[in-house]
Design a protein around this ligand. Structure first.
Ligand SMILES: [Zn+2]
Length: 395
């Protein structure tokens, strides 16, 4: 190699200088090898080299895009540590500054009306350590909500005009009475942007039905207990992927999300829509409920585009989807679905099995874990939107 490089140098002076320098380097190496400190030196060099080699990939990981990305290479040996969410930015603490006449005033300017507030059973939920596949379920401190699920009420709407004020108010009142009776959501945001607390935050609400989600640490089965519910008063029309909400609803949704995230240290990646978490275990299909299957204004809520996150139901528990799902959702959740499929293929490849075989294993995992859930934690049915008939949705 040295001769080959030397032969390419045409200038004879340069060629000689190259050969002399090379010879000198070899001589220094030879001296080093013969020195009594050789092993100490060489070991130190080895350690420095190893540390450096380890440092490079670590730094490159840290320097990558802050957007949620999929690290398919981590899907090995049963370890499903695949979702690397955006780094969490500490949220400014929001606190209650006044509470009178059935209205709470919060430090970020949000007013929460409490005249429809009701209780349900106290929150109590179990999680699965997804990095220890053989693990059982663990019970987490019951007061600590893990996430937020966004819903639409799918209730009857009236034109948002001043002349319709009486009917608008009537519809809003009857909706809130219904939600209160069904203990359906923790919060409802009406079309004027007014925020109503219905089920108290310390209790479960019947909002998610059969559902699942996962962050990088825990998998959640049945989100009625573990996740808080915020529902926007609106209706998804058939074939319409983007239910309309008013700017007032967006503003209130953002402030409420901020309050809840700061109170319970909720990760941004655990703020998701009902369509992302809904499942039907009887046929192992996703998207039984389809509210906010597309165009949920994540950014306006102060969140990253969580539609990019893979769906735990698909990549962790082997659920599937069919044309009905895409017909109902308009395929707006394709990013998460594609990410999930990539993860499945990658893991199946590493385990040298087919994707179908992997799905069977993951479904058995779901069956094993859901059978461990205590009966009290079994999700109560929700009357939320359904893929087979989205117009059926009443809260
Ligand atoms: Zn819903």
């Amino acid at each position: 190699m040295i001769a080959s490089r030397a032969s390419k140098i045409e200038d004879p002076v340069e060629k000689l200088r190259f050969l002399k320098t090379t010879e000198k380097r070899f001589s220094q190496i030879e001296d080093l090898l013969l020195s009594p400190h050789f092993w100490w030196l060489s070991n130190r060099k080895i350690w420095i080299t190893v540390a450096f080699l380890l440092l490079i990939p670590t730094l490159s990981l840290l320097r990558r895009s802050p957007l949620p990305v999929i690290d398919a290479s981590a899907v090995a040996g049963g370890k499903l540590s695949t979702v690397r969410p955006a780094p969490e930015v500490p949220l400014e603490k929001a606190y209650l500054i006044d509470n009178r006449g059935g209205v709470e005033t919060w430090s970020n300017g949000l007013h929460i009306e409490t005249r429809f507030t009701t209780s349900n059973r106290p929150r109590e939920y179990y999680v699965w350590n997804r990095n220890a596949p053989q693990a059982s379920l663990s019970r987490l401190p019951s007061q600590q909500a893990a996430g937020i699920v966004y819903h639409t009420t799918e209730s009857t709407l009236e034109e948002l005009e001043e002349t319709q004020l009486r009917r608008l108010k009537l519809l809003g009142e009857s909706l809130l009475q219904y939600v209160q009776k069904e203990k359906a959501y923790h919060y409802v945001i009406d079309r004027f942007g007014r925020v109503f607390r219905v089920v108290v935050e310390s209790d479960a609400a019947n909002h998610a039905g059969k559902s699942t989600w996962a962050d990088e640490e825990w998998a959640y089965i049945g989100l009625n207990d573990s996740f808080l519910a915020i529902s926007f008063e609106t209706q998804t029309r058939p074939g319409d992927e983007s239910p309309e909400i008013t700017q007032a609803q967006v503003d209130s949704g953002r402030m409420l999300t901020r309050i809840l995230r700061s109170r319970y240290a909720i990760r941004a990646s655990n703020c998701v829509t009902h369509a992302q978490v809904s499942i039907n275990p009887s046929n192992f299909q996703i998207g039984y409920h389809t509210d906010w299957a597309g165009n949920f204004p994540f950014e306006a809520m102060g969140l990253p585009d969580n539609y990019e996150l893979p769906l735990a139901s698909l990549f962790l528990f082997g659920f599937s989807y069919d044309g009905t799902f895409f017909a109902a959702t308009g395929a707006r959740m394709w990013k998460g679905v594609v990410s999930s499929e990539d993860l499945l293929r990658s893991r199946a490849g590493k385990d040298s099995i087919s994707v179908a075989q992997l799905r069977t294993q993951l479904r058995n995992q779901y069956r094993r874990l859901s059978a461990l859930l205590p009966e009290s934690n079994e999700p109560a049915g929700t009357t939320d939107s359904r893929a087979s008939n989205p117009r059926q949705e009443n809260p």
